[in-house]
Design a protein around this ligand. Sequence first.
Ligand SMILES: [Zn+2]
Length: 336
Amino acid sequence: MTAPDHKLTRMERGAAMTHPIAIGIDLGGTQVRAGLVDASGAVVAHAATRTDATGGPQAVIEQIHQLVREVAAVVVLERIAGVGMAAPGPLDGDAGVTLGIPTLAGFSGVPLARLLEERLDLPVRLENDGIAAAFGEWRFGAGRGLRNFVYVTVSTGVGGGIVADGRLLRGRRGMAGHVGHMTIIRDGALCACGNRGCWEAHASGTAFAREGRRRAAMVVGSILAAHGAALDGQIVFEAARKGDPLARALVAEEAQLLGIGIVNLLHLYSPELVVLGGGVSNGFDLLHAGIVAQIHAAALAPFRDVPIVRAALGGNSGLVGAAALILEEPDANSSQ
Ligand SMILES: [Zn+2]
């Protein structure tokens, strides 16, 4: 769906006035979204725009300022505890500094938390989007009440966040959970990070679509062939649901690749649950059996019964989680 320039929905206006509230921002390569989030995790106002991917940090900061003004319009400013911002890593979540966002120009070494605080006149916390999404799912989604779970997002790339022994794992500089850069295949496909064989290079939505395009051009009779360069993961899922043999084979391979990485995570963290989010989780019903089969084939026996579920907050895990971090840990990387 193409994003309208500014979209704003307002709900539960009365409720927003009487509860603690924070703004969550989800900065992505395609869209930047803002939500006003209350203490129950409800998004009471939402606005989004297409990210100015080439304009540099100053242009993006202005976009965020505009979105914050829109979502903040439904409450008096004094009620807003701050702004939690989820962005693609690697970023220094302790210092509030982006270290480079592959899809956005000019974000290497940018003190984004401080710059936004100055522009918005509100406390700002910057967090890796995988970590923020894990927190959102822990507080309000599929991981509620658990002491150990792993969140994996599979979309343009592969990211993650971990809750271990009842704590959100942040690691040195808030960089824990870059699960997409685990090497799963020696001398495998080239990753955006420069290495070969990363989980992201083989199992991301980008890789899934690329493999679909490559194979569709080779197989006679597949309904995928008609899509040419426009073929994406969602089209493969739709074709698999219609029984197309190539699409079904692609989905089975994607499930196995996801399973290989998830087995590593089971062995590393011993979670009670693995939560799958991101655009590829739209095909969760098709992928689930293949992921489970790979776990049964490759995980140590005591790890094989860990459930794999779909994220409960959908595309809002990161936005809601970033806002929830502000409500629960407001001073984590504020520059004051
Ligand atoms: Zn990589």
